[in-house]
Design a binder for this molecule. Sequence first.
Ligand code: IYR
Length: 223
Amino acid sequence: MAEKPQWEPLADYRSYSEAETLSRSRSFYEEIRRRRTVREFSDREIPEQVLENCLLSAGTAPSGANLQPWQFVVVRDPKVKKTIRREAEEEEREFYQHRAPQEWLDALAPLGTDSDKPFLEIAPCLIVIFRRTVDVDDLGRKVKQYYSAESVGIATGLLIAALHHCGLVTLTHTPSPMKFLNEILSRPTTERPFLILVAGYPAEAAQVPVITKKRLDEIATWI
Ligand code: IYR
């Protein structure tokens, strides 16, 4: 039987004056535009409560039918990080040496990436994000999930923004294929690895590639 909706007032909504709205839009942009994907990490630990709050932030994301099809596996154990690095580098070597077409390698060239992934061991924390493709209820019946890729993508975006907001840096890493993560992290086959979010503090002399973001008129059309 379908559940009836229950309603409550939008109590937590805040409205701002026009000036304040503009000022907040600017300051958020100034804050988020400083975010950079970083590949050189320090081994400094992230306080556990900070991680918890960032994951709670991610968990506020909208999702298809509010099914929240995400699972975050926080990996800090050096042995598990080492295993993930070994498996990921094996896939990456295949990717860079054989699987990737020249066109893809050319597109990656400005980022200077290769199959070496030391950050998987150096960074204090790997947040392995899984997306549920199907759920199982208390009676063992299958529950279909809706828009799970979109939902987990949005949650991941919030997580990246939350970590940035408290002075941490991240790297979105997608070894492909990622099936090995189910085995290492004991996740059921109903969950598919989405990406590894490497999180921590930047190494002291961390460098980032010189890249630009598209202009507004390139990314938006007004009708
Ligand atoms: N997964 C590989 C390759 C890679 C692919 C894309 I698309 C990037 O933006 C960056 C890297 C790797 O992690 O090196």
